[in-house]
Design a protein around this ligand. Structure first.
Ligand SMILES: Cc1cc2nc3c(=O)[nH]c(=O)nc-3n(C[C@H](O)[C@H](O)[C@H](O)COP(=O)(O)OP(=O)(O)OC[C@H]3O[C@@H](n4cnc5c(N)ncnc54)[C@H](O)[C@@H]3O)c2cc1C
Length: 456
């Protein structure tokens, strides 16, 4: 099996370009590399179209070869890593932008189209595709669908699932299934689109997505509030949510995350550096103005407020925000980010729980994320060469997940369960729901070939 890249049947189907030896370290990890999640696939398949994906799944099904679907490899839970070997199926060659219909507010793209390409193409037609996970230049729509990716603007617009009207998915034993359609409303069937969205490659391989778009807002106001500490920052978040407007985004960075990223902050360092809240208002000129004023009032109390007025300044700020993950990782060389969400009333307690667990583990913690969704990325920092610290971070992550579940929170807000949180679904789901998950997995994947060991 280690020589699967020389397999005659696979090579006859995929050609030389479509079947590679998995030597390149790029194929051995995703964005969890610094926390030590790695695996060497038996070979890398790079199918050129959905028909090849279907034929490939047919071969794997018959010969019982495990399949690990892979998009851009930007995932943060090890979902696209072949930890137990198997065939890595990389979707980058399915990169056709099939349709962009400005009048119908819709697009249809193959799974390997980059998220940033969808954003750009929509923008060029005056439209918006709102889901904006941070690594948009690297991630693919198929990966966004498989993880039901979110991002800063899910607060107002929802996660990827809200922007799908249908999918093409290859399921076992090698069939191409089409869910949903081009209509914007459709309640005829069980929600198969919703089932595959967020299934993390454990039920099939997404080959194309039909996307909803909306007219892009004409205006945006972007504000930053700096505070001496988390308590004042949490008050500002609560005030923004009580202000009577729906922020397009409401983000936070704690003191440690801010310290890691502050050097590159556009506009210079503030005096108050214990906590940062970013808020965006959007809409027509009048709506953005009005909502921006309400958010500015909420953020100013107890803090130091800045505004990013021009589109260029706003882009620079969001680019900086996109670099926070890397800046925090660079502090010690490694990190384990625990992506969770809590009911909003527990947001402050969830921040504190991270601090307490980190102190008990003897590790530094940095936390940032999508405050308006109650979505924290509490990250244990360590030197990846320090095996004891990596172990302490893993135990700390487990302890934190238990505390979040006890608050009625979600153990995976937007990054998925993947490999990093395998076996933990029972913390959140009741036994009946957990068994139903297993039944769905067994029904669609009785041989356990799709992304084994992940999610369920
Ligand atoms: C700097 C940074 C910032 C990030 N910010 C955010 C954020 O704000 N919000 C957020 O939600 N995420 C964020 N992420 C995580 C990541 O970008 C998303 O999870 C993204 O959607 C993954 O897409 P991908 O194409 O890279 O998928 P991969 O990492 O390749 O795969 C992710 C999972 O999807 C499966 N998969 C991939 N493609 C397919 C397919 N075609 N069919 C079936 N299964 C498939 C894989 O098996 C795996 O389980 C961030 C990551 C980084 C590195």
């Amino acid at each position: 099996l280690a020589a699967l890249h020389r397999d005659r049947e696979l090579r006859a189907l995929l050609g030389d370009e479509g079947l590679l030896e998995a030597r390149d370290p790029e194929w051995h990890h995703d964005a969890t590399e610094s926390q030590g999640i790695a695996g060497t696939p038996w070979a890398v398949a790079r199918p050129a179209d959905a028909e090849q994906v279907a034929a490939l799944v047919g071969i794997c099904w018959r010969r019982e070869i495990p399949i690990v679907p892979r998009g851009g490899g930007s995932g943060l839970v090890g979902g696209a890593v072949a930890v137990g070997g198997g065939l890595l199926v990389e979707l980058a060659r399915l990169d056709r932008f099939r349709e962009l219909d400005p009048g119908g507010w819709r697009a249809e793209v193959e799974a390997g189209v980059r998220t940033a390409t969808v954003h750009r193409r929509a923008r060029e037609s005056g439209l918006l595709f709102p889901p904006d996970p941070g690594a948009a230049e690297q991630s693919q729509i198929g990966g966004n669908v498989a993880t039901n990716a979110g991002g800063p603007h899910s607060l107002k617009y929802g996660t990827t699932r809200a922007w799908l009207t249908g999918l093409d998915v290859v399921i076992g034993p090698g069939e191409l299934l089409s869910t949903g359609g081009r209509a914007r409303k459709d309640v005829a069937s069980y929600d198969l689109t919703g089932l595959f969205c967020g299934s993390e490659g454990t039920l099939g391989i997404v080959t194309a997505a039909r996307l909803r778009l909306i007219p892009a807002p004409a205006a945006t106001r972007v504000l930053a509030g700096f505070y001496y500490g988390a308590a004042a920052g949490c008050e500002a978040i609560a005030a923004a949510l009580a202000s009577g407007v729906v922020p397009a985004a409401l983000e936070y960075l704690d003191g440690a995350a801010l310290a890691a990223a502050l050097g590159a902050f556009p506009g210079g360092a503030p005096a108050q550096r214990g906590f940062l809240v970013l808020a965006e208002a959007d809409g027509s000129e009048g709506e953005a103005e009005q909502a921006g004023a309400a958010l500015a009032e909420a953020l100013t109390a107890g803090g130091e407020m800045r505004e990013f007025a021009t589109p260029a300044e706003q882009r620079e700020l969001w680019r900086w925000r996109g670099g926070v993950n890397g800046a925090v990782r660079a502090r010690r060389g490694g990190k384990l980010s625990v992506d969770v969400a809590v009911p909003l009333e527990h947001f402050g307690a969830a921040l504190e729980a991270g601090e307490q667990v980190a102190a008990e583990s003897g590790l530094e913690l940095a936390s940032w994320g999508h405050a308006g969704d109650g979505n924290l990325h509490s990250s244990f920092l360590f030197d990846p060469a320090d095996v004891a610290a990596v172990g302490a971070a893993e135990r700390g992550a487990d302890a934190l997940l238990e505390r979040i579940a006890a608050m009625g929170g979600s153990i995976a807000a937007e990054h998925g369960i993947g490999w990093a949180k395998r076996g933990r679904l029972g913390l959140q789901l009741d036994p009946v729901a957990l068994e139903l998950h297993r039944t769905i997995k067994r029904t669609l994947d009785p041989k356990g070939l799709f992304n084994p060991g992940k999610k369920v």
